[in-house]
Structure formats: C-alpha cells, structure tokens
Ligand binder design. Structure first.
Ligand code: PEP
Ligand code: MG
Length: 327
C-alpha cells in the first residue's frame, strides 16, 4: 500500500471517470510543512493558526507571527494555503489569556470569531502579519465559527482597514486576498444563498457542524459512535451546502475528520464536493480510493437513496456495498 501511495503521490487526483478533486491537507505547525511534499497534497486547506498561539507562553508578537506565516508560504512554494484566523476559546485555551472565568458550555461560548470581534486588536495584528507575509503572493484567510453574516461583514471591515493602512504606508500587498467563512454552526444552513454571496469561499468544518447538528459533544467518548455522519439527515445537510455552492459558483471545501477516511471521503465526493482537506496521512489512501471511483455513478446512487422516504439499509451500509462493488 505504501508503495502504491508513493507512486500516486505526484499523479493528479482524478476519479476513474475523470473527475478531478483537490485533496488538501490540514496543518498548523512548522513540523507539518514537510508533509506537503511527502504526501502529494495539492495545498493546505486548513491552517490552524491558533496552534502557534497555543504552544507559546505569551501572545506571539506581530513580527513572530509574520515570520512564521512567511515560512509557511515559502515552504508551500505556490501551492494554496488557507489560513484560519485564531480559533481560540472553547476547547482551545491559551493559558496566558484570561477569557471568562467559567463557561457552562464552552463549545457554545466566547470563542473564535466572536472573541476576535470583541478583541479586534487580536485580529488586526494577525491580519497585519498575514498581509505582510503574503506580500506579492496570494492570501486566503477564513473565519471560524461564523454564526451570522454580520460577523463576516464586521471582520471584513477590520481586514480592509489593515489593507488600507499597509498600502498607505507603501507596503507591497498580496496579489489577491480571498476571505472565506467556515460553515460549522447550523444557523448558516438557513441562509446558505446569502452566505455564498457574502464570501469568496466556504469551508465546512464537519467536526463542529456534526457536533452542533446532532447535539453531540465531539469530545465525549461515550457518544463517539452513537450517531453517524453518513446518516440521511447529515448527508442531506452536506448535500444542500454543496448545491448552494454550485448554484452561486462559490468554491466549497470541507475540512474535518470526514474528509480523511476513504468511505466518508467517497461519500463527500459523491455528494458533489470537489475539494476536501484532511490530515496528510490520509492523502494517499483517499487518492487511491478516488482512482477506483466512478463518481457519476456514485452521485446517482446517493441521489436515489437520499431522496427515498425510507432506505432499505442505513446509508453507511449502502455506501459500503457501492464501495465493495468498485473493489
Ligand atoms: C471542524 O470543526 O471541522 C474543523 C475543521 O475545525 P476544528 O476541528 O479545528 O474545530
Ligand atoms: Mg471547528
């Protein structure tokens, strides 16, 4: 198998029937970067910038952040990188940053974009570091835990102000700046078309989205296998997102654990996802699965079974039979 993955590494990621899929990797620290070349990923679909903050003992200075982001962009040699603005709070605590003393439900608490909108200095200095690091190159950033569209608008204002500030002082700017939102809070499912209009791209955070749609703590081992992401309701959610993206020509990626297992990655591709981001170790297995996959046949198979009022078997079992038939 390892031999097969190595052979596939420098080959394009295409299905048996010729559908190309961007297989991207998740990263967050310098140690992850060599995996980009080793795995053959097409880029970094999720760069968790908060990890750099979590391993530090105080807030990293703007220059330290800038140097780090520049190293990341240098290491990726033109492959796209999507930087997520700091996703702290919830389960990701910074020992040196006092948030509220006690939260009954930290996952639903003061975190991510909620926090950076209340402490705009954090977003401003991070954006300045990113903009400077990406001078003369493409910059992609995305906002975590967006709940309502106003949060995107207000974050964009802060970002645009930094762009204006840097250009006024004669700094070279990125050649392009794309701002996206993570879709991981269910409220956005009820304003999908407006969301697609409000951003340059969307990235589904399937770990949190599943947690919130199913009301199931992602870290609770007691519940780990109780509900299935490959169940009718969650697959319908994922399908609606892919369809809304296609309707408005807004690129949609999915970054979360679902992208990294061959059977769930297969389902995503069948649902219409053409860009998925996973741990680097999953790139080989998913690419090998893709090479054997007739995507159009799978899409019809999913449509038939997802539309029916009651499927004969659970979706996962149906998808497994499809996968077995493909070898
Ligand atoms: C997610 O929620 O699916 C995600 C990719 O982000 P994280 O796991 O860092 O919350
Ligand atoms: Mg998340």
């Amino acid at each position: 198998r390892q031999q097969l993955y190595r052979e596939l590494r420098d080959k394009p990621a295409v299905s048996k029937d010729g559908v190309a899929v961007d297989l991207l990797m998740n990263a967050g620290l310098a140690v992850d970067l060599p995996q980009l070349a080793d795995s053959g990923a097409a880029g970094i679909g999720l760069f968790r910038t908060e990890l750099q903050f979590m391993v530090a003992s105080t807030f990293p200075r703007a220059e330290t952040q800038e140097r780090f982001y520049r190293d990341v962009l240098d290491a990726t040699r033109g492959k796209p990188v999507t930087f997520r603005t700091i996703d702290i709070g919830g389960d990701k605590v910074l020992p040196y940053f006092k948030t509220v003393a006690h939260e009954e439900n930290p996952a639903l608490g003061w975190r991510a974009v909620r926090l950076t909108l209340d402490r705009p200095g954090l977003l401003r200095s991070q954006m300045r570091a990113l903009l400077r690091a990406a001078a003369g190159r493409e910059l992609r950033v995305m906002l975590p835990m967006v709940t309502e569209l106003g949060e995107i608008e207000r974050s964009r204002e802060i970002i645009d102000k930094e762009v204006t500030h840097l250009s006024r002082f004669g700094h070279l700017l990125p050649t392009s700046l794309k701002v996206g939102a993570m879709l991981e809070v269910p409220s956005l499912l009820f304003q999908l078309d407006e969301l697609m209009q409000a951003v340059d791209f969307v990235s589904v955070g399937s770990n949190d989205l599943f947690q919130f749609v199913m009301a199931t703590d992602r870290g609770n081992s007691q519940l780990a296998d109780r509900f299935d992401p490959l169940s009718v309701p969650f697959m319908r959610v994922l399908k609606q997102i892919a369809e809304a993206g296609a309707r408005s020509d807004t690129p949609v990626t999915l970054c979360g654990e679902l992208a990294g297992k061959p059977i769930t990655a297969m389902a995503l591709i069948g649902l219409g996802y053409r860009s998925i981001s996973m741990s680097s170790a999953s790139i080989g297995p998913v690419k090998a699965m893709l090479a054997e996959l007739p995507v159009r046949a799978l899409a019809s198979f999913i449509d038939e079974n997802l539309a029916g009022v009651s499927a004969r078997l659970p979706m996962r079992a149906l998808l497994q039979t499809f996968a077995d038939d493909c070898g």
